[in-house]
Write a protein that binds this ligand. Structure first.
Ligand SMILES: Cc1cc2nc3c(=O)[nH]c(=O)nc-3n(C[C@H](O)[C@H](O)[C@H](O)COP(=O)(O)O)c2cc1C
Length: 160
């Protein structure tokens, strides 16, 4: 399985989580700022990482480069998404950006894998929650960093 992790990050936290995930999957990582559609297409599993900003919006580099994603041929491709957020400060838009990317890749015909349970988090609403599950892996380095290692390990095990 060849894996590519594409991420965007303002403060570096998502970059660091992307590296931790990539290490376990022997994947390459590419910042969305410099990614080309070929980077997204040339793998058997595509992993996307995004923090939420504003009141539930995409991180700026994802917003600025969303056409790179939209122009990639992702029909039937396996895609997994992880989202960074802060459930205590932003309980009504927790990891919303993960839900935004989910809708984008579903629109492109991708097969999204890696949904996870919402138990063990405490928030009010999340655009990334669909049918009672997160569409991908939710990571909160601001308030639950002690859980991150275990969450990454079990998600990666689910993906392979
Ligand atoms: C101005 C600002 C707005 C934010 N808005 C949200 C939000 O709406 N929902 C959320 O879950 N997290 C929100 N966060 C938390 C970030 O997503 C979180 O700190 C993340 O780890 C940052 O990742 P980065 O260092 O890769 O940029 C916000 C953070 C800041 C500074």
């Amino acid at each position: 399985m060849s894996v590519t992790v594409i991420y965007g990050s303002d403060g570096g936290t998502t970059r660091s989580v992307a590296s931790r995930i990539a290490k376990r999957l022997e994947a390459k990582t590419v910042d969305i700022k410099s990614a080309r559609p070929a980077d997204l297409e040339g793998c058997s599993l595509l992993v996307l990482g995004v923090p939420t900003y504003g009141d539930g919006t995409l991180q700026a580099d994802w917003e600025d480069n969303i056409e790179t994603l939209r122009s990639a041929r992702l029909a039937n491709k396996k895609v997994a998404i992880f989202g960074l957020g802060d459930q205590e400060t932003y309980p009504e838009s927790f990891v919303d950006a993960m839900g935004i990317l989910y809708d984008e890749v579903v629109e492109l015909g991708a097969e999204v894998v890696g949904a996870t349970d919402t138990d063990d988090y405490s928030y009010v609403t999340s655009f990334a929650e669909r049918d009672g599950k997160f569409v991908g892996l939710a990571i909160d380095e601001d308030t639950q960093s002690s859980k991150t290692g275990k969450r990454i390990a079990s998600w990666v095990a689910q993906l392979v």
